[in-house]
Design a protein around this ligand. Structure first.
Ligand code: ADP
Ligand code: ZN
Length: 630
């Protein structure tokens, strides 16, 4: 249950309870008071008749004139029933004040065999009076103590609660069993090497300090989400066998000024009590954002928090073994002060894994899963450029879930492919009815695939499918054979030709009037590629000039001479069109040349809905041998 809610309910219950108890006490108290008053009245009424001294009373006793004695007020007062000749031998109630220390009175009464009775009521009434006056505040104070004690308990788990606003919400693990070792991390070897060194700092600091080396205080991990930054930090804690404090930067971002800073202080206090240790701050940009930035010129709370972090990091002059590991994917927005020497000295970039990295990561995550022999992790790695470690772990997990769903003992190629398709292309839709549209889509996709298979410099066909996925009605997948590193002009052209292949096939097979809107995405893609070839990569007749930068901002804006600019824009458009025309002609030629094989492939595709790249290549090989040159 939500803890805040729980606390509110507790408060409400507590208030209701105290109201009830309070009301009871009041009635009870009034009751007691009336009783007291009645008693007093009774006493007073009897007293009003007559009184006598204690000495006289003793005489009466000796004379045997006393019949009965009622003691009140802790034996300070007595109402004596007596009859004497003085009183006309009529029994009368006489009040006697008994001096303090007359302890032998009771003894005497017994001696003379006098009927006596001690009345504790007035005393009891006083007690109740006091109690009833004190009870309510006592209940309140008790309740408050109880409530705050409880909220302390809550906050030990949650890090929030009224008495605990400044306590650090860091998860603290005394014995570092993060369970992660360096063997669980693959594909980011440089980062791993750096961290292995830090483990050795933590294990044998003397080795470094002896030669005058300073142990770094802070290590900043920079990279996109899911690339293993948390994993690395956990691994060092585990390998060095030191405590691991983990906290997300966002947990320091609070409404009230000073709370974030107090949490930082508390975190570092805990850390310094547990040296050597690792303090891991995820999303450090949440605290470390450049000061004085943001809407309204900065945020006092965040600035205080950041200042506190800077102070704490400066605090341990000689590093006694607190190593702060920060993670972010926005190093550009971090305050420069954080990156100054003595703070996050070391910056390690953790990028998306390359092909070999992906193979390594897949192997790590395949370890505890029973894969069929037909599953090739290498092939899977080929298919997944741009995937992070987390994406890959997720992919294998999804395939295991699918295998369970199909009640299989092992995970086969089918589940792995299905999981990959789903993650890359989106959730599969329902298959189309056999209509003319479906046939057109089949031709369109085969058009892409045939060019992809026959054209030099083109990536291999992975699969062709008529099962809708994401927004697309059909899909042709290619296996990128290189990671997005350097791409040649020929590869870019080949990509444009094959992408045009879909629309061109529609035109040739169904005629211009039947052409559909389905190719709009293809056309956007090719235009973008061609334009970048001209404006960024210097791959046109305009020459090796960067006309635009990465953000599509003009770099070549000259003198403000509009005629000149228009002229330049025209030239860019002309060059873009030239490239696309060239590619369109080539695509048209290839489709016309291979019409037989296209018809056959479409027939097959309509039958099976999904064609494997391997099967498709087999089919193509029977009719064509030579690849088309660009
Ligand atoms: P980050 O902190 O960079 O966002 P994490 O370290 O939390 O990413 O990674 C999330 C998960 O993804 C990990 O628990 C692990 O299963 C997987 N993963 C990410 N990178 C790797 C890697 N390099 N090697 C193995 N598994 C990885
Ligand atoms: Zn297409």
């Amino acid at each position: 249950m939500d803890r805040n809610l729980l606390q509110k309910i507790l408060i409400a219950l507590f208030l209701i309870a105290s109201l009830i108890v309070g009301a009871k006490t009041f009635t009870f108290g009034n009751f007691a008071k009336t009783e007291v008053r009645n008693e007093k009245l009774e006493v007073n009424s009897t007293l009003s008749s007559s009184r006598m001294t204690y000495g006289r009373f003793l005489e009466y006793l000796e004379m045997g004139w006393v019949k009965q004695v009622d003691l009140y007020d802790n034996s300070r007062n007595a109402i004596v029933q007596a009859s004497s000749p003085e009183l006309g031998n009529r029994p009368q109630a006489i009040r006697v004040e008994i001096p303090v220390g007359a302890s032998q009175l009771i003894q005497k009464l017994k001696e003379y065999n006098i009927d006596f009775d001690a009345h504790p009521i007035p005393r009891k009434s006083i007690f109740i009076m006091i109690a009833s006056n004190l009870l309510l505040p006592l209940i309140f104070i008790g309740g408050l103590i109880f409530f705050f004690q409880n909220s302390e308990n809550f906050s030990q788990n949650s890090g929030s609660g009224p008495m605990n606003l400044g306590k650090s919400p860091a998860k603290f693990e005394q014995r570092p069993d993060t369970g992660i070792t360096f063997d669980d991390i693959a594909g980011i070897d440089e980062a791993k090497a750096e961290f292995e060194e830090i483990v050795s700092f933590l294990k044998e600091p003397d080795k470094y300090t002896r030669v005058g080396a300073k142990i770094p205080k802070g290590v900043l991990l920079i990279g996109p989400p899911g690339t293993g930054k948390t994993l690395l930090a956990k691994a060092i804690a585990n390998e060095a066998n030191v405590p691991f404090f983990s906290v997300a930067g966002s947990e320091f971002v609070e409404m009230f000024i000073g709370i974030g800073a107090a949490r930082i202080r508390d975190l570092f206090k805990k850390a310094s009590e547990n040296t050597p240790c690792i303090v891991f701050i995820d999303e450090i940009d949440a605290v470390g954002r450049e000061r004085g930035s943001g809407v309204g010129g900065g945020n006092d709370e965040r600035e205080q928090t950041l200042n506190q972090l800077l102070t704490e990091m400066d605090g341990f002059k000689e590093n006694k073994g607190v190593i702060v590991v920060g993670a972010t994917n926005r190093v550009d927005i971090l305050d420069a002060a954080l990156l100054r020497p003595g703070r996050f000295d070391r910056q390690i970039t953790v990028g998306l894994p390359d092909r070999l990295g992906r193979i390594g990561i897949l192997k790590v995550h395949a370890k505890n899963k029973p894969f069929d022999d037909d599953v090739s992790l290498v092939q899977l790695a080929n298919r997944t450029p741009g995937f992070s470690g987390a994406d890959l772990a997720n992919l294998l997990n999804e395939s295991a879930i699918l295998a369970t769903r199909y009640k299989q003992e092992t995970i086969t190629k089918k589940e792995v492919n299905e999981a990959a398709d789903r993650i890359i292309g989106g959730i599969a839709g329902t298959t189309m009815e056999d209509t003319k549209n479906k046939k057109l889509i089949a031709y369109h996709e085969v058009g892409h695939a045939i060019i992809g298979s026959l054209l030099q410099y083109h990536d291999e066909v992975e699969k062709i499918t008529l099962i809708p996925r994401g927004g697309a009605k059909g899909l042709t997948w290619f296996t990128p054979n290189e990671d997005q590193g350097l791409v040649t002009r020929s590869q870019l052209l080949a990509r444009i030709v094959s992408t045009l292949g879909g629309r061109v096939t529609e035109q040739i097979v169904f005629g211009d009037p039947e052409v559909t809107t389905g190719a709009s995405n293809d056309l956007q893609q090719i235009t973008s590629i061609a334009r970048q070839m001209v404006t960024r990569y210097g791959m046109s007749n305009i020459g090796p000039i960067a006309l635009e930068d990465d953000d599509n901002e003009q770099m070549f804006t000259s003198t403000g001479d509009s005629e000149y600019n228009e002229n330049l824009a025209d030239r860019i458009d002309t060059e873009v069109c030239k490239i696309i025309n060239y590619c369109e002609n080539l695509a048209t030629k290839m489709i016309l040349d291979n019409r037989t094989i296209i018809d056959l492939a479409v027939e097959k595709l309509l039958e099976v809905e999904t064609l494997d790249g391997e099967d498709f290549r087999e089919l193509v090989k029977q009719y064509t041998i030579l690849p088309t040159k660009l």
